[in-house]
Design a protein around this ligand. Structure first.
Ligand SMILES: C[S@@+](CC[C@H](N)C(=O)[O-])C[C@H]1O[C@@H](n2cnc3c(N)ncnc32)[C@H](O)[C@@H]1O
Length: 193
C-alpha cells in the first residue's frame, strides 16, 4: 500500500512526460522499489523523462543515469525496426533537465548510446530498456549485463510489442532468459544470478 500511495503521488508529473501507460509504469515502479541489489540505475530511452522520473523516485539513494540522443531515434536496422530515424524528436535535453530538477540523483547522458556510456563503469542494480530499436537493445545487453550485480534486474519495455520486434530478437540472440514482468504488459524482466 505504501508503494502505491507513493506512486499515485508522482503519477501526474510522470504522466505528463511519458508515452508509457499507467499500468506499465506501475509495474516498472514496483520492480524498481523492490530491487535490493547494489549499484546504480540506468534507463536507455528517456525521451521527455517520464519513466526516468519514476525510477529516480523509486530509488532515491542511487545514481540514475538517463541515456538518449534527446534529438530523436538514431538510424534503425532496415527489415527489423519499424521506428524511423528522428521519431521521438519532440524533446530536448534542457527541458528534460528542468523537468527533473528536483531529482538530484539523475545524471543525463545525451548522445548516441553506447558511445555516450564511455567512462561509466557501474556496477548497476537496475536497468530499464525503453529504446525500441534492435541495435540499441543489443548494445544495452552487451554493455549492462556484465556490469549488473547479483540480483540485479533488467526490464525491457515493448517485448513482443508488434511495433518493436527488435527487442525480442536482441534478447533471443543474447541468450538472455526472461520472464514477463508481474503486473506488466509487453515488459520482460531478466534477473542476474
Ligand atoms: C519510446 S522513447 C522512450 C520513452 C520514455 N521512456 C518515456 O517515458 O516516454 C525511445 C527513446 O529511445 C531513444 N534511443 C533509441 N536508441 C538510442 C540510442 N542508440 N542512443 C540514444 N538514444 C536512443 C530515442 O531517441 C527515443 O527518445
Amino acid at each position: 500500500v505504501g508503494a502505491e500511495d507513493d506512486f499515485n503521488k508522482i503519477w501526474p508529473a510522470v504522466a505528463a512526460l511519458t508515452v508509457s501507460p499507467r499500468h506499465r509504469c506501475w509495474a516498472l515502479y514496483q520492480a524498481a522499489v523492490k530491487c535490493g541489489a547494489a549499484g546504480a540505475v540506468a534507463e536507455i530511452g528517456v525521451y521527455r523523462g517520464g519513466t526516468l522520473m519514476l525510477l529516480a523516485a523509486a530509488l532515491p539513494c542511487r545514481q540514475v543515469f538517463g541515456f538518449d540522443t534527446f534529438m530523436g531515434m538514431p538510424d534503425n536496422t532496415p527489415d527489423v525496426d519499424q521506428h524511423k530515424a528522428g521519431d521521438f524528436g519532440w524533446t530536448n535535453v534542457y527541458a528534460v533537465k528542468r523537468s527533473l530538477v528536483e531529482y538530484s540523483n539523475v545524471r543525463l547522458r545525451p548522445g548516441l548510446f553506447p558511445v555516450s556510456a564511455q567512462g561509466i563503469d557501474g556496477p548497476f542494480a537496475f536497468v530499464h530498456f525503453d529504446g525500441d530499436l534492435y541495435k540499441t537493445c543489443k548494445d544495452t545487453i552487451e554493455f549492462f549485463w556484465p556490469r549488473l550485480t547479483p540480483g540485479g534486474v533488467m526490464v525491457f519495455d515493448d517485448y513482443r510489442w508488434p511495433q518493436c520486434p527488435g527487442v525480442e530478437k536482441a534478447i533471443i540472440e543474447a541468450g538472455l532468459k526472461v520472464s514477463l514482468l508481474p503486473d506488466g504488459e509487453y515488459q520482460a524482466v531478466a534477473v542476474k544470478e
